[in-house]
Design a protein around this ligand. Structure first.
Ligand code: XIL
Length: 397
């Protein structure tokens, strides 16, 4: 496929849902009434997920829709009760925060930052450079002549605004796509087409300069399973990370998205463990950034599917939490009432997915207990993880 067609395909694919999520309205909210007798502190005694994770010095939290905070109160209370770290599900992506070439919209991100501050939670930034969620002006405006400057300006403006206030930034998201057939595994994204591999370094250097305190993260999916695709992807991600280290690109962490699935034969084990070892050699932290479990391969009622989903949580977190370099854990949402899987990976029979720790009535689901128990089994970490980046490696581009 020609470069140009690829470019259009990748960007075009994104524009379809852009305006929907910009409105901040979850597309597939379930219609069941919220539970009036909500009292999360009675689950597991008083130990929320955040409290259980904190025992091992791990922040736990989830992706949120800022527009729903202080509006949907059960949602808000669950998040306050359970989380010590948050991330915007969509509000900090280009399409939301940079709606016109010269206009930024910080409403959602600012609201989220204020909320996190008020409740003493940390906030992750997601994301500064991705092939999806690009605004509609992107294809019309961007060309090889201006792309670098636009990328730098975007990162300076967005990361600069929140400088010193964020736990970390997903600087580059999903830059590897082995299916695109390049020997280096790089995704043929608009950024690669317009700038070349250098876009990755430009993004990280600019982010470091704009916010020397945020931990700078490379974030990706499809690196968890012992299947040939994930083997190839892990190899390509590691090779990218090694190249970045060699070039002294400022990077502190790898985000393992952790969009997992229940009900397939695929297993998680050696491949991921080897990946973690190699990441450790590169002296990078690891964040679980977007955990959820897709149950669309399962039959069975919600209860049975919840049990299978919880088993995935248990196995996955036991494996990941053995590693002291894993220093943050977030799920991609907190309640099954609002999950992107219902619109982007819907179950064929129309049943709602059960990927998250709370059910659609804000009651703890089986995954909640699996997660809390996995936090409980983690060895208490002796040294506090490094929570801010090393300031002295900020470098000029
Ligand atoms: C998803 C959001 O959850 C959806 O609401 C949106 O329509 C598309 O993006 N990997 C990522 C996230 O890095 O940003 C994606 O979030 C899920 C996959």
């Amino acid at each position: 496929m020609s470069t140009r067609r690829n470019f259009l395909k990748q960007t075009g694919a994104v524009l379809g849902y852009g305006s929907l999520f910009q409105a901040g309205i979850p597309l597939f909210a379930q219609n069941t009434p919220a539970n009036p007798s909500f009292s999360p502190s009675t689950y597991m005694g008083a130990a929320s997920l955040a409290a259980r994770a904190a025992r091992t010095r791990l922040p736990y939290g989830c992706a949120v829709v800022p527009e729903m905070l202080n509006v949907e109160m059960d949602y808000t209370r669950t998040i306050i009760e359970q989380c010590s770290i948050l991330v915007a599900e969509n509000s900090m992506k280009w399409a939301a925060i940079h709606p016109q070439p010269n206009t930024f919209n910080f409403a959602g991100a600012d609201k989220l930052l204020a909320f996190a501050g008020e409740h003493k939670m940390q906030l992750r930034g997601h994301n500064l450079c991705w092939h999806q969620a690009l605004p509609s002006w992107f294809t019309k405006t961007m060309n090889r002549g201006n792309a670098k400057a636009m990328l730098v300006q975007h990162i300076q403006t967005v990361a600069g605004r929140y400088a010193g206030k964020l736990h970390s930034w997903d600087v580059v998201n999903e830059a590897i796509h082995v299916q695109d057939g390049r020997p280096d595994g790089l995704r043929k994204s608009p950024w690669l087409e317009l700038i070349g591999e250098e876009y990755i370094d430009i993004a990280f250097h600019t982010a470091r300069q704009a916010d020397p305190h945020a931990l700078l993260t490379y974030n990706d999916y499809g690196i968890e399973y012992d299947v040939p695709h994930d083997d190839q992807k892990r190899a390509a991600v590691l090779s990218l990370l090694r190249r970045m280290r060699k070039r002294k690109t400022p990077i502190d962490a790898v985000g393992v998205q952790s969009h997992l699935r229940a009900g397939t034969q695929d297993t998680i084990g050696d491949g991921l463990e080897h990946f973690l070892q190699e990441v450790r050699k590169l002296d990078l932290q690891v964040f679980i950034t977007e955990m959820d479990v897709d149950d669309s391969h399962l039959t069975g009622d919600a209860d049975q599917r919840e049990a299978a989903v919880a088993a995935v949580y248990k196995q996955y977190f036991d494996l990941m939490l053995r590693d002291s370099q894993v220093t943050a854990a977030l799920t991609w949402g907190i309640t099954n009432r609002y999950t992107w899987l219902n619109h982007e990976h819907p179950r064929k029979n129309g049943d709602y997915q059960v990927p998250l720790p709370f059910d659609s009535n804000y009651q703890p689901a089986k995954a909640f207990f699996a997660l809390g128990e996995a936090f409980g089994r983690r060895k208490v970490q002796s040294a506090a993880p490094v929570l801010t980046a090393k300031v002295n490696d900020a470098q000029a581009i």
